[in-house]
Design a binder for this molecule. Structure first.
Ligand SMILES: [Zn+2]
Ligand SMILES: [Zn+2]
Length: 262
């Protein structure tokens, strides 16, 4: 029997109560079929736990604590900086103006990023929250006009199905900055993971990027967005390309900086 509103009035059924009961029943069924679990370790969690269990949040917060060099993103006490550069990046040519990071590549943060790159795009909620927090603490958040995700070569984007940097950029909270995809990868490059030295990584990505015709980068301040920074060769090459296209300031935001002790 179909309970139309008219029929319910005629036979004296409270339609509001009926709808509420139906909603509760559906919610219960939903929990039974898809119980809330931690997106990282799959332990049961409460609906109010915000995607991760307490242990994973604790571990994640540990990975995201600590001071770092605003020039290269590596762990560094502010007392170790000389002219704004840590011992690791002293004298190195860096084309981006400043970098902010959510944390160090290890433990829970590493697991989340790896899973995010292997198809679990629903992790964009947690990772987007971490990236937005890093951005808020960066000191350059107010000047940004565009978020530019580090582009993948189209063949890699096709095999993965998405560009994780773009998915992440879409989750960033900012009142005015827009996503801009006019920076493109024009040459297929081998994975940076297999490169033995920083020089080899730099050579691997040299000339790999370009800006689209009709781009609007001239005179703007932009923030590159990526998941991981290791030597920074990719970010550096992107920043160099953007500066050559007339961009005023190029900042960088990454989820994690790799190659350090956690
Ligand atoms: Zn967990
Ligand atoms: Zn540094």
């Amino acid at each position: 029997m179909v309970f139309t509103v008219e029929l319910c009035i005629i036979i004296g059924v409270d339609t509001v109560k009926l709808k509420r009961n139906a909603a509760f029943a559906l919610q219960g069924l939903n929990q039974l079929l898809w119980p809330a679990v931690c997106v990282n370790c799959k332990q049961s969690i409460c609906e109010t736990d915000n995607a991760l269990c307490k242990n994973c949040w604790d571990e994640l917060l540990f990975c995201t604590a600590g001071d770092y060099c605003r020039r290269c993103g590596r762990d560094a006490s502010r007392y170790a900086l000389v002219d704004g550069a840590c011992p690791d990046c002293q004298g190195k040519q860096i084309h981006f103006d400043q970098i902010t990071r959510s944390g160090v590549y290890g433990d829970a943060l590493q697991e989340l990023i790896l899973a995010f790159k292997k198809g679990r795009t629903e992790l964009d909620l947690v990772l987007g929250f971490l990236a937005s927090s890093a951005l808020q603490g960066s000191g350059f958040v107010n000047g940004i006009e565009f978020f530019v995700p580090v582009p993948l070569h189209w063949t890699r984007r096709l095999s993965r199905g998405y560009n994780q940097a773009l998915v992440l950029a879409k989750k960033l909270k900012h009142p005015t900055a827009k996503i801009n995809t006019d920076l493109v990868r024009i040459r297929y490059t081998k994975s940076q993971v297999g490169m033995p030295t920083p020089a080899a990584r730099a050579k691997n990505v040299a000339g790999a990027f370009a800006v689209r015709q009709g781009h609007k980068f001239k005179g703007t301040n932009i923030c590159l967005v990526d998941d991981i920074k290791t030597t920074g060769a990719t970010l550096n090459e992107c920043a160099k390309t953007l500066k050559e296209a007339g961009t005023s300031k190029v900042y960088a935001l990454v989820l994690a900086v790799a190659g350090q002790n956690v």
